[in-house]
Design a protein around this ligand. Structure first.
Ligand SMILES: [Zn+2]
Ligand SMILES: [Zn+2]
Length: 370
């Protein structure tokens, strides 16, 4: 029997998705056919849908957080991007980014900062094998773009932050990592923020999160992951937040503020506050500003006099994805909590509703599934 599957076609900013059925063929050599388990909707997808992040003006299957099972493999002796053997039935995470391997950064081993990143889904869905992106019931992917979910890691938990997790891991690697006993302030409690809290707690850091309590479930999750204080930026004035964080630093023998501040909110206004919150010689890690919302006034004097180290990072590579899965394998309790983070599940045919719900902030993490 000929098999077919549905794909949600992105037709431009603020346009409705078109649901289309395509035949499901066989993968070419070096590729796999994946059957949808969970395909996450990321903040980036919302930026694409509302036009804040420009895409080429053509039909696309967007979505870059696809967790699926291998249904068939083109060729024999298949291995994933990290060299793990893979077989039919294995659960994997597919990444859509393709570093060019030619630019200065790629040449210096910094694939996560490739200056000419390609994306697998920038192809017309009419072009075979049709399923190029995440918002669909199937995905064809190169073996170079998948990582096997290891034994001991639940596919649903892994599907919670397959983009936010590796993004934070990379940003922290660039900033020299987190150290036991440090006071870490996480600005924002979206996907990146939740993962940053989990990572910092696992490294033995003391964590304060600044988020919004408009979704009380978010606060609950962040506390459950081990944040000792969650401040609502709408309810507490900035001066009070600064004082609270200074008091905690002082009470634990740290410096004149947080050792590390991680900006994940994407709000430009968070940046000047981060410069205030971080201690002298502290690190300010900024992976969250993934679309332009305009500029803000800062006081550059703070950077000079506090000798602040600021590190940006917006992408990740397959190694980071492997580290994310390893992190989940080593942190069973976190893994369970991540499973709880998937609060909304949608069929591919309901893409418009899914995007609207995520844009309205209803979900902690929303996914498409079968
Ligand atoms: Zn993403
Ligand atoms: Zn490159």
């Amino acid at each position: 029997m000929d098999k077919s599957g549905l794909a949600a076609i992105f037709k431009g900013p603020n346009a409705k998705f078109e649901i289309r059925k395509y035949p499901v063929g066989s993968p070419e050599i070096g590729n796999v056919l994946l059957n949808l388990e969970y395909s996450g909707i990321c903040g980036t997808d919302i930026h694409i849908c509302n036009g804040k992040l420009q895409m080429p003006p053509k039909e696309l299957i967007i979505g870059h957080e696809f967790t699926g099972r291998i249904e068939s493999i083109g060729g024999s002796g298949a291995k994933d991007a990290l060299g793990n053997p893979v077989k039919v039935g294995d659960a994997v995470i597919a990444c859509v980014a393709i570093p060019c391997e030619k630019c200065f950064c790629c040449g210096h081993g910094e694939l996560s900062s490739c200056m000419n990143f390609g994306v697998t889904y920038l192809k017309s869905p009419e072009e075979k094998p049709h399923f190029h992106g995440g918002f669909a019931e199937y995905l064809f992917s190169s073996l170079k773009n998948i990582v096997k979910i290891p034994d001991g890691v639940n596919a649903k938990s892994a599907a919670a932050f397959p983009c936010g997790g590796p993004t934070i891991i990379r940003a922290c690697k660039y900033a020299g990592g987190l150290e036991k006993g440090e006071l870490v302030v996480v600005q924002g409690t979206g996907a990146l923020g939740i993962f940053a809290v989990a990572l910092a707690v696992s490294q033995g850091c003391r964590v304060v999160a600044i988020g919004s309590s408009s979704n009380s479930e978010r606060k609950r999750i962040v506390e459950k992951l081990g944040a000792e204080l969650v401040l609502d930026y709408r309810m507490t004035p900035a001066a009070e937040r600064l004082k609270k964080i200074h008091d905690i630093a002082k009470a634990h023998g740290r410096g004149n503020g947080a050792d590390v501040v991680i900006e994940t909110s994407g709000s430009p206004e968070a940046f000047p506050e981060g410069l205030e919150l971080v201690r002298t010689r502290g690190r300010y890690i900024v992976p969250g500003q993934y679309s332009s919302s305009g500029g803000v006034k800062i006081n550059p004097e703070l950077i000079t006099f506090k000798a602040i180290r600021i590190t940006g990072s917006g992408q990740y590579c397959m190694d980071d994805l492997g580290n994310y899965l390893e992190f989940l394998r080593e942190n069973r309790k976190t893994q369970e909590i991540f499973g709880e983070c998937i609060t909304h599940e949608y069929k591919v045919k309901d893409a418009d509703l899914a995007i609207a719900d995520v844009a309205a902030g209803k979900a902690i993490k929303a996914v498409f599934c079968k």
